[in-house]
Design a protein around this ligand. Structure first.
Ligand code: 5MM
Length: 366
C-alpha cells in the first residue's frame, strides 16, 4: 500500500486546518444551500429568492456578534456567497475571516441518477475541480464539501454494491483533488432518513457505506489526518414504528463509526438530516458522554437545517433591528448549545417553538 500523497508541508497544513475547525467543541455552520435549496428555505418565511435577499440573510448569519467564533470553526459557503458583497461594498465573508472562522466551499455540482441502478444516484462535479479548488484556495477557502446521497430501500436491499462503490470512489477522487490544492475535504456520504427501516438496518448499511468510503480513500492515497467526515447519525427510518432513544442512537452511531473510521481521521462533523434542532443537539451530546476510549475522533456538528430553521423564523424576512437581533441571538443559542453537546456538557432546553419542529424534507437528494 502506498503512503498518503502530498509533501510533509502540505500534509502539515491540511492537518492543521482540519484540527482547527473542530477544536474545543467547535463545529461547522453549513450555509451552502444552492440557489434552489435556499429558495425553499426563504419561501418558508415568505421571502423572495433573489440575490439581494440571499445576501441580506447570510449577512445576518455572518455578522452575528459576541462570540460566534467560540462555537463555529468553519462555515460552508455556496459559490455566490464567497464573492458576494453587501450594500456598502464589503465582502460578506470578511465578517467570518476577521474572527478566525475558516471558509469552506461546496464544490459538488449536485446529485444525478445512476442509470440502470435501483433508484440510486451519484454526485457530479469532478470536471475542472482542481482548477476550481486552486482558485478557491487563492480566494481564502481552507476546506471543501462534497455530498453524496444514499437511500435505504427494501430493508437494506439498497444501497446496492454499485451505488456504494460509485459514491465511495467519487468521494475519494474529490478528496484527493482537494488535498492536492491545499483544501481539507469534508467527506459526506449521507444515508437519508427516509423509509421505515429499523435502527439495526441503518447501522448495518452505515457500516457498509463507511467501510467502502475508507477503502476508497486509502486506494486514492488520501491523507486522513487532513480530512473531516460528515456522516448521518444511525437512526431508525422516519416511518419506522419503533422509535429509538437518544442513548440508543448514540450507541449505534459510535459503534458503526468505531468499526469503520480510522482514528487518524480527526473529526466527525455530523449532518442533521431532518432531525429537529433539539434532537440533533441531544443526540450529539449523548455521543459525547460515552466513555472517551470509545471516541478516538472529535464528534461535532456540521448542521444546515438544525442550525438555521429557528433563525429563519426569528428573522421572518423583516428589516426591523428587533428581528435581526432575534435571528442572531437564536443562531448564537443553537451554536452554543451544539458546542456544549460536542463537549458532552449540554443539559437540554425547553422543547418549544421552532427548535422542536420537524425539519424533514422527503428525498433530500438534490
Ligand atoms: C445546507 O445544505 C447543503 C447544500 O444543499 P444543496 O446542495 O441541496 O443545496 C447540504 O449539503 C447540507 O450541508 C447537508 O445536507 C447537511 O445539512 P442538514 O440540513 O442535513 O444538516
Amino acid at each position: 500500500m502506498a503512503p498518503p500523497a502530498g509533501s510533509p508541508e502540505l500534509q502539515a497544513e491540511l492537518a492543521r486546518i482540519a484540527k482547527q475547525i473542530v477544536a474545543n467543541g467547535k463545529g461547522i455552520l453549513a450555509a451552502d444551500e444552492s440557489t434552489g435549496t435556499i429558495g425553499k428555505r426563504l419561501s418558508s418565511i415568505g421571502v423572495e429568492n433573489n440575490e439581494e435577499n440571499r445576501m441580506t440573510y447570510r449577512k445576518i448569519l455572518f455578522t452575528t456578534p459576541k462570540g460566534l467564533e467560540e462555537s463555529i470553526g468553519g462555515v460552508i459557503l455556496f459559490h455566490e456567497t464567497l464573492y458576494q458583497k453587501d450594500n456598502e461594498g464589503k465582502r460578506l465573508v470578511d465578517s467570518l475571516t476577521s474572527r478566525g472562522i475558516l471558509l469552506g466551499i461546496k464544490v459538488d455540482k449536485g446529485v444525478v441518477p445512476l442509470f440502470g441502478s435501483q433508484n440510486e444516484g451519484t454526485t457530479q462535479g469532478l470536471d475542472g475541480l482542481a482548477e476550481r479548488c486552486k482558485q478557491y484556495k487563492a480566494d481564502g477557502c481552507d476546506f471543501a464539501k462534497w455530498r453524496c446521497v444514499l437511500r435505504i430501500q427494501d430493508n437494506g436491499r439498497t444501497p446496492s454494491p454499485q451505488g456504494i462503490l460509485e459514491n465511495a470512489n467519487v468521494l475519494a477522487r474529490y478528496a484527493s483533488i482537494c488535498q492536492s490544492e491545499g483544501l481539507v475535504p469534508i467527506v459526506e456520504p449521507e444515508i437519508l432518513i427516509d423509509g421505515d427501516h429499523t435502527i439495526e438496518v441503518c447501522q448495518e448499511v452505515t457500516e457498509r457505506v463507511l467501510a467502502a468510503v475508507y477503502k476508497a480513500l486509502s486506494d486514492h492515497h488520501v491523507y486522513l489526518e487532513g480530512t473531516l467526515l460528515k456522516p448521518n447519525m444511525v437512526t431508525p427510518g422516519l416511518d419506522c414504528p419503533k422509535k429509538a432513544t437518544s442513548a440508543e442512537i448514540a450507541n449505534a452511531t459510535v459503534t458503526a463509526l468505531r468499526r469503520t473510521v480510522p482514528p487518524a481521521m480527526p473529526g466527525v462533523t455530523f449532518l442533521s438530516g431532518g432531525q429537529t434542532e433539539l434532537q440533533a443537539t441531544e443526540n450529539l451530546n449523548s455521543m459525547n458522554v460515552l466513555p472517551q476510549e470509545l471516541r478516538p475522533w472529535k464528534i461535532s456538528f456540521s448542521y444546515g437545517r438544525a442550525l438555521q430553521a429557528s433563525v429563519l423564523k426569528a428573522w421572518g424576512g423583516k428589516t426591523e433591528p428587533e428581528n435581526v437581533n432575534n435571528a442572531q441571538k437564536t443562531l448564537m443559542h443553537r451554536a452554543t448549545s451544539n458546542k456544549l453537546a460536542a463537549l458532552g456538557k449540554y443539559e437540554g432546553e425547553e422543547a418549544s417553538g421552532a427548535a422542536s419542529e420537524s425539519l424533514f424534507v422527503a428525498n433530500h437528494s438534490y
